[in-house]
Ligand binder design. Structure first.
Ligand SMILES: [Zn+2]
Length: 256
């Protein structure tokens, strides 16, 4: 494990071949991308695999192997399960990921999973995350109306003990809605990848560093995200945003 001057945890990284967005990310490309940055830990979730259970299990197993075998930095897993499998299959894979593979969170991608968070299948995913006691990350921004931050209100209110991370914090065009939702619901956290400096400032000023999380979504976005956050968050609070909020939220540690 290499020593670095600053520290950051990337809470939103992908691995594998994505059939929805058409990209492919390998273990080596992640490690190469992080090498000259301050990122020394990452929570890795699947790129969207083909929509059958074996493929979904396969990418989770690959992430678990990466987390186990990586010596260069800390890697943790996040489960992303197609929500239109049967509820039994969905729950079984979520339990396997968290209880057996040690994953620290779950993900719902309304645009990629073709799932409105407010729908029956959408709400079921939150119920399982709540049972398991792990945070649920929800993609927001591109892919509205399903990806509107406000479609998460129902779950945030039904499961007040469940921590929900809005990935991309509304992605610019819906940043205001993400902030309004976070002000309404103390269990909402914001992960502002692809957010510009003005919206980043609004998020920091209105929500504060304890519900704000550093991430990249794509490893080549790390320098841009770091610069944008550093332009907005005062130096004394930067560590909070770069890794302390993540450590507390996901129950992980860069030092353990
Ligand atoms: Zn993503």
């Amino acid at each position: 494990m290499r020593e670095k001057a600053g520290k950051a945890i990337d809470i939103h990284a992908h691995l594998g071949d994505d059939v929805v967005f058409g990209h492919s990310i390998t273990e080596q490309s992640l490690l190469d991308g992080y090498r000259d940055t301050i990122v020394c830990g990452a929570i890795v979730q699947p790129s969207l695999p083909q929509f059958y259970e074996e493929a979904n299990r396969g990418i989770h197993d690959r992430i678990a192997r990466f987390a186990r075998d990586c010596t260069e930095m800390k890697i943790w897993g996040m489960a992303s399960i197609y929500p239109h499998f049967t509820h039994e299959a969905y729950r079984a894979e979520a339990y396997r990921c968290v209880k057996e593979l040690g994953f620290v969170g779950m993900k719902l991608t309304p645009i990629g999973h073709a799932c409105d968070p407010e729908s029956e299948d959408g709400m079921f995913t939150f119920s399982v995350a709540d049972e398991l006691g792990v945070p649920m990350m929800v993609h927001t921004g591109s892919g509205i109306p399903f990806s509107s931050p406000m479609h998460v209100l129902k779950a945030a209110q039904r499961y007040p003990g469940l921590k929900i991370v809005l990935a991309h914090a509304g992605m610019g065009i819906m940043a205001r809605e993400a902030v309004i939702l976070a002000k309404l619901c103390p269990n909402i956290y914001l992960e502002p990848t692809w957010t510009g400096v003005a919206d980043m400032r609004m998020i920091y000023e209105e929500i504060g560093p304890e519900r704000m999380l550093f991430s990249s979504d794509h490893v080549n976005n790390v320098p841009v995200q770091l610069e944008t956050m550093a332009a907005v968050v005062p130096a004394r609070e930067l560590d909070q945003v770069l890794y302390r909020t993540a450590e507390k939220l996901y129950g992980i540690s860069l030092h353990a």
